[in-house]
Every structure is written in C-alpha cells, then in structure tokens.
Unconditional design. Sequence first.
Lengths: 223, 59
Amino acid sequence: MNQNYSTVSQRSTSAIATNKVLRNTYLLLSMTLLFSGFTAALSMLMNTPPMTYLISVIGGMVIAMFVLPRFANSPAGIGIVFLITGMLGFGLGPVLSMYASLPNGGNIITLSLGGTGVIFMGLSAYALATKKDFSFLGGFLMVGFLLVLLAALANIFLQIPAMSLMISAVVIMIMSGFILYDTSRIIHGGETNYVLATIGLYMTIFNIFISLLQILGIMSNDD
Amino acid sequence: MEWMEIISALALLAFIVILFPAARERIKNSPQGTSSDWMGFVIPVIVIALFVTFLVMLV
C-alpha cells in the first residue's frame, strides 16, 4: 500500500516537474521571440548592411554551442539566451529589409511569419496531445541536418536556385522533426533544463522562418 | 567569389566538423522506431509539406 502510494507520488512529482519545464520553456520562448522582433525592427530602422546577418548568425551559433551550455544551470543562462536571440533577430534586419523592398515583400514576410507560427503551434500541439515518444528521430534528424549543411556548402559554389529551393524545403521538414523531437524530450523528462530547451526550439523557429522566406521569395519571382 | 561567400562556406564547414561527433553519438544511442512510430512522424511532415504548398499558392 505504502509502495503504491510512493509510486503514485513519484509519478505526480515527475509530471509537475515536466509541466514546470514546459511552462518555463514556452514563457522564455515567447519573451525571446518578442525580443527578437524588437531587435529585428531596430536593425531595419538602422539600415544595417547585409553582412550583419552573417556575423549575427555565426556569433549566435558560437555562443549557443560553446558559452550557453556552461551557464545553462545558472541565472546568467537566461541573459545569454536573450543575447543569442537578440543577435539573431538583429541579423534578420537586413534580410527583412531586402524582402520588404520586393513588390510583394510585405505579403511574403507576413505569410512566412504566420506560416512559421502555424507550423510551430500545430506540431507542438500534436506532440503534446499524442504524448508520443519521438526519441527515435534523434539520429535521423542529425544526419539529415548534416546532409543539408553539406548541400548548402556545395550550393555556395554551384549557385543553383532550384537546389536552394530544395534545401529550404528540406530544412523545414527537418526542423519540423526537431520540434516534435524537442517537445517530446521535454514531455518525457529527457530535457529538464528550460534554457537549453528554449534555445533548441528558438533555432527551429528561426530556421523555418528563414526557409519559408526563401521559398516564398523565390516562388513569387517565378511569374 | 565574394568574401561573404567564403566566410559562409568556412562557417558551414566548421559547423559540419563540430556537429559530426555529436551526430555519430546520437545515431549510436537513438532507439529504433517501429513502423507505427515512423508513421507518427511522416504524416505531420506530409501535412506541413501541403501547408507550405498552400502558402506558395497564396503568394
């Protein structure tokens, strides 16, 4: 009897901890997205040059990979998440300015933003509602991501627009998989650090948004 | 070739080199999914692909 009570108590404690991680992750994610929107608007107003995007993405990735894991368990980790997401948002400024200058630019940006939101919320709701364990996707997604990076590297030299379109489409599929994988890790207790969970989900949203911009930008010029 | 393209290529190469050990580790440690597990992934991805096609038609 006592053993049963203890098992039920442990399960409910674990469920409460998981809900707390999930709640904190979504709270921090929404704040970082708002902050990114602010830095992107600032960057657009400052009319920053195109190289800002490259510098921000490289800087943000380096901090995310080498600095954030060391501070993920301390309050400084939250500050670092805002630094990374602020930098990435600032880097988006010249990209958004470029799309805004296109004849159908406003429509492309709005559809990309709305589309990213629908994809993220739809997949998160699916993972949360079904409670499926997507841990089996880990290896597949990493290999897919590496292959996409290799293809993107090759396309810097080849400069094939169709390949660029294909890469963006595959990135959306892989990032969709990462949303399911990351959300399922939080639900099943595989990720207990909301700072790391937030940056993982933020990166997927960022990549989906950039890829949608690219796909819609290329397709709108195809008339 | 512009200097921005050279930096992009070098950055991508660096990310590939850094991510490769983590990818190898994850492949080794990932559990095997059943066909039902894979269907749970493939179906939403197909829905996403259709949704992106719909967005392309709107633009």
